[in-house]
Design a protein around this ligand. Structure first.
Ligand code: MGD
Ligand code: MGD
Ligand code: MO
Length: 777
């Protein structure tokens, strides 16, 4: 592990730094078997889908696409370290709860099912049969199935997700909170309203044709490194890449492709962004409105001078609704409000508008910087408005590109992991399986926490993930989970959530993506759907980390058999051969016609996306312009307004945005470095503008506590002991890593129309730390 230090990172993203880091990963992780083969088999036609992210691969067949963070994800799963019941049972759960995320992860792979013993406050081994019987007993005695909650993280395969939703609906509830609720929910909701489909409209081929790529609130250098390959190729072709991000992110500036001998040997790099707009955190709606306002003015000017239109009047007339309302709203918008809320000047926005006006193919990509706000849905719909104005949806080289996180988060939704299931899905389940599925909405993530907190739900089951760490309002969430009669986690690694137990608790170890899944009919494939709706197969190649692991589909089948003795679904027959599960998927989802044949072809197939064909499945049958006001009512605005009344420097309210470091995968902390941001050997840092720091009278490197400042919140929220790091970030904004900062976010602070926690805009104050931090170089 590196010594703790802050050191400016001079190089490009990728390059030798990335190669060195991979080499270190390989040395550090004792890789169980055939380590290199594991890495070379990621994203190959007959290998496994990389459990890293949801960015697609070319044909799923190109030579090994180098990805440093994919290597980390694969190496972490293939580790030779084992978290056995003995190792875990050597500590009390109370003691384990105080370990760092990094130390919990470093114990290695889970090997056997474990049950929590309250009398000793420890986990111990349990048989699989007894574990399923215990869950069945709890589920069967609930007064209503709605008192049970079934969470899903986004690594679960289509086959496992399909069986899981089938079991849970036959059991009788739609309580399906999932990681999507905390992630791209606003993209799904926003896009459904704007273009009728809650998914992106582009494919990788469009990236080859685009001459302008907009990147909002996304850090590809760390979170989707393979996306940099696409951006680099576009930049070299002369495409304009505009980045909109409060932080200077290295991967958006310069990238050296480790697969390019010239760049590696010459020390060269490709400049990625042609322009970088360092807007204020939460300023995206204001900023996009400014660009649209300019575009409309440029169009008017062109019209008066008899020049070609800047917007696309034919597309707008034929394909859209709501243009006049949007135009009136934007034209009435005040430039001073736009500039104040976005932090970007009218002139700079004119430049952005001119670049967009001249482009023939515009793609807009976005990530968590757009969605995790109170007005996340509005942000997504403003992006859609911008593209629709120029007819940039449903034509080659153009379109909408929400960049999904977890490798199968999109597929899980397609398979029906959704607390608001469409009526058509429920009708089909009823006709295919002969049971009446529940018709009312279930709990999303926020709803699930509220229900457990209030005693309306008492069994919590998680298919993957780390619910106790990933969710907001840590004290409330933990108390909610601890109130449950039973908590169950299906997982590959021991994590924080397993230490936040109900009165009874189970941890069930499962196979990972990289492992051979042997069933009666032989080794099995699973399927996944990437961020661009490509569905393809994945098959593990490593021997399982332990002979006691079950696959996720098998866990669901055995749980269903134990819980629903009268079920007519042939659970155990289905999991003998996953082709049978795929046949069932085909009988429920029309888009999966001929599923087995199509998915067994190399590269798989693309699911239909009506918006990319300009078929608009909105209520009006048209693509919809949607008006959104510039937010001036968020918790940050409210907290600032009340701080202004007290007028003390110490009362200054900052907008905290929470981001991922380079060496983490969500709540999984592989290492303590964030190389591109110059942070080494530590995670408790706050990035701040030097003048803000000086205004607070604090030195660089000073220790501070973060104090939650949401008005109307009666909880005291503190995250103690962070080091100040001067950073290129707008004044008034600070950034720190997740999940350490989740204690600062009130449960009630979530997105309008999507209920996504507002992890990217948390009002905080900074106070000199009450306790000293250790010395740092
Ligand atoms: N290695 C690795 N890969 C991952 C993950 C991981 O943790 N590690 N996580 C996976 C998951 S589940 C997801 S969802 C994705 C996440 O991928 P990203 O969306 O890239 O995730 P974040 O780190 O949250 O970064 C968001 C970016 O938004 C910027 N930002 C913050 N606030 C604002 C704002 O108000 N406006 C704008 N325009 N920008 C803002 C931040 O500076 C940062 O660059 O990555 C996936 N891939
Ligand atoms: N403050 C703040 N909070 C956030 C975010 C943020 O940006 N800021 N981001 C949000 C986002 S975008 C997301 S997606 C969520 C993530 O929330 P989750 O998806 O719940 O969390 P992860 O950290 O991805 O889950 C990691 C755990 O998954 C288990 N695991 C790994 N692989 C497998 C597998 O193949 N099968 C099974 N069963 N288990 C497996 C391992 O035990 C590991 O410990 O967090 C959200 N929370
Ligand atoms: Mo995510």
């Amino acid at each position: 592990m590196s010594e703790a230090k802050i050191q400016f990172y001079k190089g490009p993203a990728g390059g030798w730094g990335a190669l060195r880091s991979v080499a270190r990963q390989l040395l550090q992780h004792r890789i169980a078997a055939k380590g290199t083969r594991t890495l070379l088999s990621a994203n190959q036609p007959d290998g496994f889908d990389c459990p890293g992210c949801a960015w697609p691969d070319r044909q799923h067949a190109s030579s090994f696409e180098f990805c440093e963070n994919g290597v980390k994800a694969v190496a972490a799963e293939a580790t030779a370290d084992r978290a056995t019941p003995e190792l875990i049972g050597a500590h009390t759960v109370t003691a384990l709860r105080s370990w760092s995320d990094h130390d919990l992860e470093a114990m290695g792979r889970l090997t056997e099912p474990m049950v929590y013993d309250a009398s000793t406050d420890r986990y111990r081994r349990i048989d699989w049969d007894d574990a399923f019987a215990l869950i069945a007993q709890h589920l069967q005695r609930l007064a209503s199935p709605d008192e049970a909650i079934f969470y899903t993280s986004g690594r679960t395969s289509n086959e496992a997700a399909f069986l899981y939703q089938l079991f849970v609906r036959e059991y009788g509830t739609n309580n399906f909170p999932d990681c999507s609720n905390m992630c791209h929910e606003p993209s799904g909701m926003g896009l459904k309203g704007s273009v009728g489909v809650g998914k992106g409209t582009v494919t990788l081929d469009d990236f080859e044709l685009a001459d302008c790529i907009l990147i909002f609130g996304k850090n590809p250098g760390t979170n989707h490194p393979r996306m940099l390959g696409e951006l680099r190729a576009a930049a070299r072709r002369g495409a304009r890449i505009l980045s909109f991000n409060p932080l200077r992110e290295r991967g958006l500036e310069r990238f050296a492709d480790p697969q390019s001998p010239v760049e590696m040997l010459s020390g060269g790099a490709t400049a990625i962004s042609s322009d970088y707009f360092q807007l204020k955190v939460g300023g995206d709606i204001a900023l996009i409105k400014g660009i649209i306002k300019h575009l409309l003015a440029l169009d008017e000017e062109a019209r008066l001078r008899g020049l070609p239109a800047v917007i696309d009047p034919a597309f707008i007339a034929e394909h859209t609704q709501g243009f006049e309302a949007l135009k009136a709203d934007v034209e009435a918008e005040d430039w001073s409000l736009i500039e104040r809320e976005s932090g970007i000047s009218r002139d700079r926005l004119l430049h952005a508008a001119q670049v967009i006006a001249q482009a023939k193919g515009v793609i807009a990509c976005w990530g968590m910087g757009i969605t995790q706000h109170r007005h996340g849905v509005g942000g997504v719909q403003m992006i859609a408005n911008l593209l629709l104005l120029r007819g940039m949806v449903g034509r080659p080289g153009a379109g909408l590109c929400p960049v999904r996180g977890h490798s199968n988060v999109q597929g899980d939704r397609t398979m029906g992991i959704y607390e608001k299931p469409p009526v058509a899905l429920l009708d089909r389940l009823a006709s295919v399986y002969g049971f009446e599925p529940p018709r009312h909405e279930g709990f999303d993530t926020i709803g699930a926490i509220e229900a457990m907190r209030d005693g309306r739900a008492s069994v919590f089951f998680a298919m993957g993930g780390n619910f106790a760490a990933a969710t907001p309002d840590t004290p409330t969430t933990w108390a909610a989970l601890q109130r449950c009669a039973l908590t169950v986690h299906v997982a590959t690694k021991f994590n924080r959530s397993h230490t936040v137990v109900g009165r009874e608790a189970l941890v069930l170890p499962c196979l990972g993506r990289t492992e051979i899944d042997q069933q009666a009919a032989g080794p099995q494939h699973v399927s996944v759907e990437d961020s661009m709706s490509m569905v393809h197969l994945s098959a593990g190649i490593n021997p399982p980390a332990s002979p006691h692991l079950l696959s996720e589909p098998m866990i669901v089948a055995r749980l269903a058999t134990a819980t629903l003795p009268h079920s007519r679904v042939p659970w155990m027959w289905l999991v003998e051969d996953y082709d049978r599960i795929r046949d069932h998927i085909e009988s429920v989802f029309d888009d999966f016609k001929d599923f087995n044949r199509k998915v067994h072809q190399p590269g798989g197939f693309r699911l239909r996306n009506t918006a990319s064909e300009r078929v608009w499945t909105t209520p009006s049958g048209k693509a919809q312009f949607v008006v959104h006001a510039i937010p001036v009512d968020t918790r940050v605005h409210q907290a600032r307004a009340s701080a202004a009344e007290t007028d003390q420097v110490g009362a200054a309210v900052f907008t905290l945005t929470t981001v991922r470091a380079h060496d983490q995968y969500n709540t999984t902390v592989y290492g303590l470095d964030d190389r591109y941001r110059g942070v080494f050997g530590q995670r408790r840092v706050v990035f701040i503008h030097a003048e803000d720091r000086a205004m607070l009278g604090l030195a660089e490197g000073a220790a501070v506590d973060l104090i939650g400042a949401a008005s109307g919140d009666d909880q005291v929220r503190e995250a103690p002991g962070f080091r100040l790091v001067d950073y290129d970030i707008p004044r008034g904004c600070v950034a720190a890593y997740y999940p350490e900062t989740n204690v600062l976010l009130p449960l009630a602070s979530h997105a309008v129309g999507a209920r996504t926690p507002t992890s990217k805009s948390i009002p905080v104050r900074l106070r000199p730390a009450q306790y000293a931090l250790p010395e740092v170089a």
